[in-house]
Design a protein around this ligand. Structure first.
Ligand code: ADP
Length: 209
């Protein structure tokens, strides 16, 4: 059985009532942004519950896809397959960051500033700074990391959304984040990592049946 979130059920109700309805109208009814709505719409369309017709809008088809593999995948959440994140502080030298990359056997390291996610540094980012002649014993990783907007995901989102995001942004991994409050401000901390390897392992597991 496909488990739908409360919001996904609400979206289905809205589409049933107002079809054809645009994503803008759905977002407006739910009082959320179109960007926030997109993951749910893509899951519902992929499952065959909604049909998207370009320039017209969304229709309810009700034909939840009978594909068992797709049903299984649509029930798997990020928290079910995520790995531990490898995180360094923004003051860490490039040398120590590279050592961490080898010791932890990862391709991407997440960077924190005062305990909250401030950047991402990949293998090629580090190679670039080395061939550019940076003094890797002096330069802190905060100087070479990719800053905002960082592409992230949350633990209760669907794995299909993570796979789509990895393809769309042409990156190897996504930090899994959660909110925390720091002196009255909402910040994000990293609680996990989803990489192409996690998705490939899942694929292998699913094929075992
Ligand atoms: P590599 O650069 O080693 O091929 P990626 O393809 O993951 O590895 O990274 C490509 C670029 O995107 C790098 O500059 C990296 O810092 C950046 N990047 C990687 N992951 C993310 C992310 N989740 N959000 C934003 N930028 C990212």
């Amino acid at each position: 059985m496909i488990q739908l979130s409360k919001r996904q059920e609400k979206i289905i109700d809205i589409v049933k009532m107002k079809q054809p309805v645009t994503s803008e109208q759905i977002a407006c009814s739910l009082n959320i942004t179109r960007a926030a709505l997109r993951p749910d719409l893509s899951v519902l369309t992929m499952m065959g519950i909604l049909d998207a017709r370009p320039k017209v809008g969304y229709f309810y088809t009700g034909n939840a896809n009978q594909n068992i593999m797709l049903q299984k995948i649509s029930n798997i959440k990020i928290e079910d397959i995520m790995s531990l994140p490898i995180v360094v502080n923004d003051q860490t030298t490039l040398y120590d960051t590279i050592v961490t990359l080898f010791l932890e056997d990862v391709g991407t390291i997440y960077v924190n500033t005062n305990g909250s996610l401030s950047g991402v540094v990949s293998r090629k980012d580090l190679l670039k700074s080395i061939i550019g002649g940076s003094d890797i014993n002096k330069i802190p990783v905060g100087m070479v990391m990719t800053r905002k907007p960082i592409v992230t995901i949350r633990k209760n989102e669907n794995v299909i959304v993570a796979a789509n995001r990895i393809i769309e942004y042409e990156i190897d991994s996504l930090p899994v984040i959660e909110d925390f409050e720091d002196e009255g401000k909402i910040k994000q901390r990293v609680i996990g990592r989803i990489s192409k390897s996690n998705i490939t392992k899942l694929f292998v597991e699913l094929c075992k049946g």
